[in-house]
Design a protein around this ligand. Structure first.
Ligand SMILES: *Cc1c(COP(=O)(O)O)cnc(C)c1O
Length: 383
């Protein structure tokens, strides 16, 4: 395995394929008509891929807006020179208002308290605070209830310090676009938007599609789509696999920090959940663990790639390290590893691949969570 780039101070890292990120961004852009926009969701440090770096690539590849989950994430984008509009996907605390206005980061809003405080401060500063109005249509998470949108707008629209730049909702079941639940959310959203327009309220950019809805249902693209997970080359559900080609962006790799041949019967790791079953088993140590997103629930159940071959992880995964076993079998005669050899935890090596989906299945979670986890402490290299 040839490595183009790796961090100086640690033998475990996340590799980000910039070309794949660029191609995926364009693939979403290609789903759209000329007047429709692409909002790239880069919350949680771009799903663990590194928000400032990813945002730059997305902006260059045609992103019209970026969305984050926290004000701090928005500030990080501005500090790294991002110039496209930035939207926070929920309503922050009132204390965040100065920061929002200073960095021109748009909040989502759904309480009149926030709207009024935001408008008051904007007037004091001699500017106008743009916002997107979140509409609750069925997920029961955030937003103004779909039946209350007119009352809400009547309460806040007189204020000259605020301006509605967009209205949106979020789907709970967009992996099933023929389902009744999805269709009901669509209807409620359509009706809420129509009611506001009929009453003369500015709606700005109308948007609702996350990754699955963007790929599976062109009829709900409206003025903008909000793509997240798909940009990183991960599919949100089985249904999207046949509908768009996406390339995985993140790989996770490590170098062997120690090799040993413990005697038969010796235990490996905390609690000895693995004991060396026979002679001539090589135990290799890799310097990443559950604090790097390699969940401890994977202990003794996952594999890594070494020279394009799957080998077993053995013993309990530690906070910062884990062990794997290289053993010769009659069908597999891979050479023993050496100190410094590269192993692949997620990604391709030769003809073999371990995907985020495989790891998510083993962990009983979704690829989103697996990617976020690896992004938390591992250094990222952009290749
Ligand atoms: C996270 C999020 C998205 C992106 O969802 P994906 O499934 O990753 O595409 C879009 N909109 C909102 C409101 C979100 O919270």
């Amino acid at each position: 395995m040839s490595i183009r780039k790796e961090p100086q101070t640690r033998w475990a890292w996340v590799e980000i394929d910039q070309g794949a990120l660029r191609r995926n961004t364009r693939a979403f852009k290609n789903l759209l008509g000329p007047r429709q926009r692409l909002c790239c969701v880069v919350k949680a440090d771009a799903y663990g891929h590194g928000a400032p770096q990813c945002a730059k690539i997305m902006q260059a590849a045609g992103a019209d807006m970026l969305a984050v989950a926290t004000v701090a994430e928005g500030v990080e984008l501005r500090r790294s020179g991002i110039s496209v509009p930035v939207l926070v996907l929920n309503e922050p605390p009132l204390a965040a208002i100065d920061t929002l206005l200073e960095h021109q980061i748009m909040p989502s809003l759904y309480t009149s308290e926030f709207a009024m405080a935001y408008g008051e401060r904007a007037v004091q500063l001699g500017c106008v605070g743009k916002y997107h109005m979140a509409i609750e249509t069925g997920m029961n998470r955030i937003g103004v209830h779909y039946a209350d949108v007119l009352d809400f707008r009547r309460e806040i629209d007189f204020h000259r310090g605020i301006a509605c730049d967009g209205v949106f909702t979020h789907f709970a079941t967009a992996d099933d676009i023929n389902g009744w639940d999805y269709k009901l959310q669509c209807t409620r959203f359509d009706e809420a938007v129509a009611a506001m327009r009929d009453a003369g309220y500015e709606c700005g950019i109308v948007h609702c599609d996350n990754t699955p809805a963007s790929i599976l249902d062109a009829s709900t693209h409206y003025d903008m789509i909000r793509a997240g997970v798909g940009l990183y080359g991960l599919h949100p559900c089985d249904a999207t696999h046949g509908a768009i080609k996406l390339d995985p962006v993140m790989s996770v790799r490590a170098r062997v920090t120690r090799t040993a041949h413990p005697a038969m019967g010796e235990g490996v790791g905390y609690g000895f959940t693995y004991r060396v079953p026979r002679t001539r088993v090589q135990i290799c140590t890799l310097p990443l663990g559950y604090a790097d997103g390699l969940s401890r629930t994977l202990s003794n159940r996952m594999e890594v790639l070494y020279r394009g071959v799957r080998i077993r992880q053995v013993g309990n995964i530690c906070m910062d390290q884990c062990m794997v076993a290289v053993q010769q079998t009659p069908v597999c005669q891979i050479p023993e590893a050496e100190h410094g050899d590269v192993m692949t935890i997620v990604g391709r090596d030769g003809d073999s691949e371990i995907t985020m989906d495989e790891m998510a299945r083993l962990r009983g979670t979704i690829n989103y969570e697996v990617a976020c986890g690896f992004g938390m402490r591992l250094d990222k290299v952009y290749v």
